[in-house]
Design a binder for this molecule. Sequence first.
Ligand SMILES: Nc1ncnc2c1ncn2[C@@H]1O[C@H](COP(=O)(O)OP(=O)(O)OP(=O)(O)O)[C@@H](O)[C@H]1O
Length: 305
Amino acid sequence: MKGLFIINPSSGKQNIDSMLREIMATLILDQICSHVDVFYTKGKDDAKNRAAELKPGDYDFIVSVGGDGTLNEVTNGLILSESNIPMAIISAGTVNDFATYMKLPQTADGFCQMIKDFQTKKVDVGRVNNEYFINVLAAGMLTDIAYKVPKDKKAVLGKMAYYLEGVKEFPKQLSQNMTLTFNSKEYSGTEDIMLFLVANSKSVGGFADAAPLASVSDGYLDVMIIKKMALLTEAPDLIFKLFQGEHPKHPSIEYFQTKELSVLPTEQTAGIAIDYDGEILEEGLPVDISIVPEALNLIILRTTN
Ligand SMILES: Nc1ncnc2c1ncn2[C@@H]1O[C@H](COP(=O)(O)OP(=O)(O)OP(=O)(O)O)[C@@H](O)[C@H]1O
């Protein structure tokens, strides 16, 4: 087989280099691959552009090596390329929600075995205007933390860097007005919200069951709208339910599954930031969101369903 590794050298994990050397040596020495190419990104959109250039048959598989942002870029590039080349993931970021949800291997041996077995699964991808997201789109309180935390802090503190930024930002963001209009077949309404998210996988922001009903192969996106609530009286119950995976039933939450959703701003909320897989959507609101069923061919562990 012939493989291409698209590597973001600035992504979180510091010990990834030795793991990559071990992987490439094993792939060649064990004759799993006859040829392995490596492409290092230098900045924004490099991973996307490299993947977008691919033609059917150029490689048997490509590997995204980086955090959720790199994975998002490779996903966008691959879909644009229409090459249908299977993708594997080596997560080297801070949170790695999608890889966690898919139970992808964390070791060199596990990864090489996965490539050798070469089991693939078609997975859905979300679309927002002209961009794609593999894991989640979100807006509102604390959802902009991903791009507020500098890379050097993430490298040293890992997930803790996000939590610390969250604690700092929470009081500021609590007073912001976030009245948005949601339109879909399953639910429509104008709500004063704390945040909303549109999830493809269950795992969001490090919470393994944030969207407990989500599946990457059901042809639906899971939408969760958290309405403004009284923090002292209602929020503790929500946090309790969150740990039991029962938060979709909380009275301040709208949870539904849909194929299409549009979100419109009100006058005061026109500038609200939209995050997709940890990247910021430049054009902001309004957005049209939809599911693209079976858009990607993902290489998975043989034991994963
Ligand atoms: N060589 C590079 N040096 C600095 N930044 C880069 C480089 N290559 C890509 N980037 C930037 O890194 C971003 C993606 O980072 P990514 O999310 O993969 O890693 P991370 O921030 O460490 O992980 P996480 O999102 O899980 O915290 C890209 O959007 C791009 O702008």
